[in-house]
Design a protein around this ligand. Sequence first.
Ligand SMILES: [Zn+2]
Length: 210
Amino acid sequence: MNKDIETLDIIGEEHIATSLEMPLREGAFDMDDNLKIELIQKHFKEIMHILGLDLSDDSLSGTPHRVAKMYVKEIFRGLNPENKPAVKLFANKYQYNEMLIEKNITLYSYCEHHFVPIVGKVHVAYISNGQVIGLSKINRLVQYYAKRPQVQERLTNQIANGLKDALQSDDVAVIVEAVHLCVASRGVKDTSSTVTASYSGRFEDEKINK
Ligand SMILES: [Zn+2]
């Protein structure tokens, strides 16, 4: 599994996804949030110290705690299955067999290779099998899977699978268009966006027939 540092560097810089499942270690949630915050705070303080920052400065002294809390409670909260939004299905005869599209869902995720933001839009479509979910639940599901260190391909698939699960239907399409700040603000310094898509069920047939 562990490759040499040069190969690992290439995988990261080229954003090559190595697994569709979230690579979580065993016992990932044995610690509670408070303990995680306490430990991350300690280590982040060390990182800042090593960089040469003066932690006694009033503007910096609260940063380790702020970052730790933000990691656990906000930007990486989607790692914990406990934070998965509950989704209720509603019967809706009027939308039977009709396609429903939710466009331009705001996406803020984080590159797992660099831990900097991935910013973009998600477009979702599904064909109702007579059941629908509340529109805001689509946004919440997207946000849940986005709040993890991610690669865009995995994020796209996780959103699709989450929706298929919630809708109890395979007829789901997901398109993600995003800018990776690790590409835009450093490295090759380009703001090109990356588009990934997942088509299942009848969307897959349509794709093949085109
Ligand atoms: Zn990156």
